[in-house]
Design a binder for this molecule. Structure first.
Ligand code: NDP
Ligand code: GDR
Length: 373
């Protein structure tokens, strides 16, 4: 009998990689997708199975973390061996604009799922993974951050995730549920949402290099992050549920870079040498030279990056750096893909898309480039 997993957030970056990974391990995978007015399954279309298939190993259920009865019914139907709670309103800046919704989905949604497991008497059968976050550290109390570092969340998103973290610990302690928190630091990929900083940069500069956009407008360039590759972090989510006893783990690379570094790498990948001038809201990124043989409309002296205060957050998390020592020791995990390699992979994917859009545009077809970020 194959194991059965239920993934919330299966249509997101991590959910899509995790679904692939678990299918590869022979799991029967169930995922919760939201009803939307347009298709929202692009990240999992390549593994989609026709519901008419008599014996599918991937099944999608309509649902929402804000809907208790829906979640309870899905858990009852699936009776999962493992639940991965990856669904969330996951954008920190957006959480300042939609704090109550973020709390409902990210905090109470986690409680709803845990309580469904308990209500259905599945505490001894079902293992639970909670997608916790380095944002819990917020205003950092210790560097690098480890499992014992005190939390100080700095956004409605992080405060909601703090509740989710503790309710997961509480259900473990109170009801003996096998429940773990993965405290994951930022992880990215070519499937990263377009409005998170790394993807915004690789997509934006790739578009600029193909003449589809003129300038990239950014927030805090000094922000420091510990960036890993989503593929490396997915393995960990599964590993955490395969241990003898449930524990919480920090997952990070132990390396830290600035947003400015990531912009510089991206420009280099595109064959552009970029120089930063000015400070604060006046800071700009100017083309110094075209170093590669990429066909580009960009020339020396062009301003490709400008700081726009609309992307500053009411309270910022300036620096995050994780210590993955426990994960290395207990789970034998080491990240395989460096931030720089990941950047190159993301640029290659976005450049490919930008070139196709540019080709369409050159032949008189519409190639809309969404500006919202
Ligand atoms: P994404 O934003 O790519 O994916 C979020 C997923 O949650 C999507 O499938 C989304 O559906 C779904 N979702 C959003 N709202 C609801 C809702 N109300 N009910 C049900 N599902 C919902 O996030 P990631 O894949 O990057 O992250 C996965 C999880 O890990 C999130 O919980 C995030 O907060 C957390 N995390 C992420 C880190 C990272 O660096 N990526 C680091 C640490 C934690 P739809 O596709 O329809 O929008
Ligand atoms: P983060 O990721 O807030 O760390 O949350 P994001 O990529 O959005 O921001 C990282 C840092 O870059 C700065 N920044 C900008 N960010 C965005 N999005 N857009 C900009 O234009 C911009 N300019 C500078 C931000 O201020 C910030 O300091 C991500 C999410 O995946 C969470 O769900 C997850 O929990 C954490 O990572 C770990």
């Amino acid at each position: 009998m194959s194991k059965r997993a239920l993934i919330t957030g299966i249509t997101g970056q991590d959910g899509s990689y995790l679904a692939e990974f678990l299918l590869g391990k022979g799991y029967e995978v169930h995922g919760i997708k939201r009803r939307a007015s347009s298709f929202n399954t692009q990240r999992i279309d390549h593994i989609y199975q026709d519901p008419h298939d008599p014996d599918p190993n991937l099944t999608l259920h309509y649902g929402d973390l804000s809907d208790t009865s829906n979640l309870t019914r899905i858990v009852q139907e699936v009776r999962p061996d493992e639940v991965y709670n990856l669904g969330a309103q996951s954008h920190v800046a957006v959480s300042f604009e939609a704090p109550e919704y973020t709390a409902d989905v990210d905090a109470i949604g986690t409680l709803r799922l845990l309580d469904a497991i308990r209500f259905l008497g599945l505490e001894k059968k079902t293992r639970f993974y909670q997608a916790s976050t380095s944002e819990l550290y917020g205003l950092v109390q210790e560097t690098p951050q480890r499992e014992t570092t005190p939390f100080h969340p700095r956004s409605p998103y992080a405060v909601a995730k703090l509740y989710a973290y503790w309710i997961t610990v509480n259900y473990r302690e109170a009801y003996g549920l096998y429940a773990c928190n993965g405290i994951l630091f930022n992880h990215e990929s070519a499937r990263r949402g377009e409005t998170f900083v790394t993807r915004k940069i690789t997509r934006g500069l790739a578009n600029i290099s193909q003449g589809l956009e003129d300038c990239l407008f950014m927030g805090n360039l000094d922000s420091l992050r510990d960036w890993g590759h989503a593929k490396d972090y997915i393995r960990m989510q599964w590993l955490m549920l395969q241990q003898e006893k449930p524990e919480d783990f920090v997952i990070a690379t132990g390396q830290q870079y600035s947003v400015r570094d990531f912009i510089t790498w991206t420009a280099q990948e595109l064959g552009i040498s970029l120089r930063f001038e000015g400070t604060g809201t006046q800071e700009i990124g100017v083309v110094e030279a075209i170093t590669g043989n990429v066909t580009t409309s960009v020339k020396p002296g062009d301003v490709l990056v400008r700081v726009d205060p609309r992307y500053f957050r009411p309270a910022e998390v300036e620096t995050l750096l994780g210590d993955p020592a426990k994960a290395k020791e207990v789970l034998g995990w080491v990240p395989e893909i460096s931030a720089r390699e990941m950047c190159a992979e993301m640029v290659a994917a976005d450049l490919d898309t930008a070139r196709r859009h540019a080709l369409l545009k050159a032949h008189g077809f519409d190639a809309p480039v969404a500006q919202e970020n």
